[in-house]
Design a protein around this ligand. Structure first.
Ligand SMILES: Cc1cc2nc3c(=O)[nH]c(=O)nc-3n(C[C@H](O)[C@H](O)[C@H](O)COP(=O)(O)O)c2cc1C
Length: 151
């Protein structure tokens, strides 16, 4: 949920998470191959695994979730689903991107399975990269809190 305020922190969306569930009550899962993106994420300190999953019925937004790759290990992840409105791509592509928390390594080409636990907020347009990075830092903190509890 977006809760804009007029304070200095106005760009950092307040975290009020909602459990992400499907109609059957199960956690939504997104599965696909990790493909190359624009590699912008690395330059801003938040590399992401772009997951090629032609379409997903999961709503656009930012989620806390678990990423499981080919080695079967689970990683905490901050997940973005949407068109990245900040960057006004001429042909907006809807992407599923997972930032694996406390991880660095090459994931390209593996099949990834991402289970979404909670929706943190909507996708939004930021006025610049600094604002985006501040929000991503808050998102990752929220994921640690939520997923730490969820184990
Ligand atoms: C947790 C998370 C939340 C994000 N939220 C937004 C958002 O609200 N608006 C937006 O334009 N992009 C958002 N993004 C996407 C970033 O803009 C994107 O990851 C970044 O541009 C790097 O993409 P690239 O490595 O594919 O180039 C988010 C990414 C992550 C990992």
């Amino acid at each position: 949920m977006n809760v804009p305020t007029r304070s200095k922190e106005r760009e950092v969306t307040a975290i009020s998470s909602q459990t992400a569930t499907t109609a059957t009550g199960a956690l939504p899962v997104v599965e696909g191959i990790v493909v190359h993106g624009d590699h912008r994420g690395r330059t801003i300190g938040f590399p992401t695994a772009n997951i090629d999953c032609v379409s997903t019925s999961v709503a656009d937004g930012v989620y806390a979730g678990w990423y499981e790759g080919a080695d079967g290990l689970r990683h905490q992840a901050a997940v973005s689903i949407g068109v990245r409105p900040t960057f006004k791509d001429p042909i907006p592509l809807r992407l599923v991107e997972a930032h694996l928390i406390d991880f660095s390594g090459d994931l390209y080409g593996e099949t990834a399975r991402v289970s979404l636990v909670s929706q943190l907020r909507e996708q939004r347009r930021f006025d610049g990269v600094d604002e985006l990075v501040r929000q991503l830092t808050a998102d990752v903190d929220a994921c640690r809190r939520l997923l730490g509890r969820a184990g």
